[in-house]
Design a protein around this ligand. Structure first.
Ligand code: ADP
Ligand code: MN
Ligand code: MN
Ligand code: MN
Length: 370
């Protein structure tokens, strides 16, 4: 498929992990300690994590109460070897669905050793924009599409030599031959709910082995935090099932749908009676900065935004009511009511939600000065 070598080849995919055996150990008491899994975004749009022991507390840990930590940035492409320490600054805490409460997942920002944000830390800038324009109460809802691959990088369940029947029966499909690996989707959904991630739904997608889930509405910086955590949970769940998660925006060339990260957006003003004029004003602003948005809307997005397969063309900005071939879609229901939200359909599945939500704020309400 994409020619990338497997990092770890496993001879027998039915014995990837032994989660059922693990259950009896997970139930053991922890001697007054908890395990905190620190999670961060790496240089390739993936997530990394490592764990440490902390004292148990009567109340929940807040980010400010959690220790800073560090890792070797030269091993993740985030720092040079001669100056390799990257600091992990806790920013959000979630209950851990794998180890169970009281254990926690800790989302962390990466800082260089002089305290400046690491090159791949897009949260820092996003948080400033969200704070500066907080009075607009920006809500986001992101639709994360992804493809499940086997360990040979072939979409799960696809015939060894050849292709499945053309698209049509797979979107929101039910039944054998239409969907694969629903177990992963269900397990991920439960994990998100347990962790308090604001997952709002899920569906099978147009291309077989492709799925979607939605997170939101989330206000401000919470959108990026929850989406990154949901990605961590998905990779982690799929690991136990011996499947890979691909966020490639066009995993299979040809007549197969790509994968996006449709970004729904509204402000307080847009959600109120007469909000359509605020929606239209925002769309005008987005139009004037199309190229700047595309620049941060994901790698390889030109293969997806062809103007076919329910996308607008990458070169031209367009919008319309209920139009899934446009850059921006105003949902029919919102147009009818005269207020609500709009959908930016341009972001690719591998885009960084901090960059997407950040630039939407910057374009609509202005940059923040240092
Ligand atoms: P689609 O019809 O494009 O497939 P989905 O139902 O998959 O839409 O996703 C719609 C997303 O829009 C959800 O994540 C939802 O939380 C979000 N959403 C709904 N209302 C608003 C709003 N007022 N502002 C921002 N996002 C919203
Ligand atoms: Mn959707
Ligand atoms: Mn979709
Ligand atoms: Mn959509």
């Amino acid at each position: 498929m994409n020619g990338k070598a497997n990092m770890l080849l496993q001879a027998d995919p039915s014995h990837i992990t032994y989660t059922e055996n693990l259950q009896k150990f997970l139930r053991l008491p922890q001697g007054g300690k908890i395990i905190a899994e620190y999670i961060w975004v790496d240089s390739e749009g993936g997530v990394r994590s490592k764990s440490r022991t902390l004292d148990a507390k009567d109340t929940d840990y807040t980010p400010a109460e959690l220790p800073m930590w560090n890792f070797d940035g030269s091993s993740t492409g985030q720092a040079p070897g001669e100056n390799s320490d990257i600091y992990l600054q806790p920013v959000a805490v979630f209950p851990d669905p794998f180890r169970g409460t009281p254990n926690i997942l800790v989302l962390a920002e990466c800082l260089n050793n002089d305290g400046t944000p690491n090159k791949y830390n897009h949260r820092h800038e996003c948080a400033k924009l969200m704070e500066a324009h907080a009075e607009h109460k920006p809500w986001f809802g992101l639709e994360q599409e992804y493809t499940l691959l086997d360990l040979n990088d072939r979409p799960y369940g696809w015939p060894k030599n050849g292709y499945p029947a053309p698209q049509g029966p797979y979107y929101c499909g039910v039944g054998a031959g239409k969907v694969v690996m629903r177990d992963i989707v269900e397990a991920h959904y439960k994990c998100c709910l347990y962790a308090g991630v604001k997952i709002s739904g899920t569906n099978a997608e147009v291309m077989p082995a492709q799925w979607e889930y939605q997170v939101g509405p989330c206000e401000g910086i919470e959108m990026g935090d929850h989406l990154w955590l949901s990605r961590f949970l998905l990779h982690r769940v799929a690991e136990e099932f011996g499947a890979k998660v691909s966020f490639d925006p066009k995993p299979i060339p040809g007549d197969w749908n790509g994968a996006g990260l449709h970004s729904n957006f509204s402000t307080k003003e847009m959600r109120e009676e007469g909000g359509m004029k605020h929606i239209e004003a925002a769309i005008k602003k987005l139009e004037s900065r199309h190229a700047e948005h595309i620049a941060v809307y994901g790698e390889g997005n030109e293969k997806r935004l062809t103007g076919r397969h329910e996308t607008g063309s990458i070169d031209t900005f367009s919008y319309g009511v209920a139009n899934r071939g446009a850059s921006i879609r105003i949902p029919r229901e919102c147009a009818a009511k005269g207020y609500g939200y709009f959908e930016d359909r341009r972001p690719a599945s591998n885009a960084d939600p901090y960059q997407i939500t950040g630039i939407i704020m910057e374009t609509c309400f202005g940059a923040v000065s240092e």
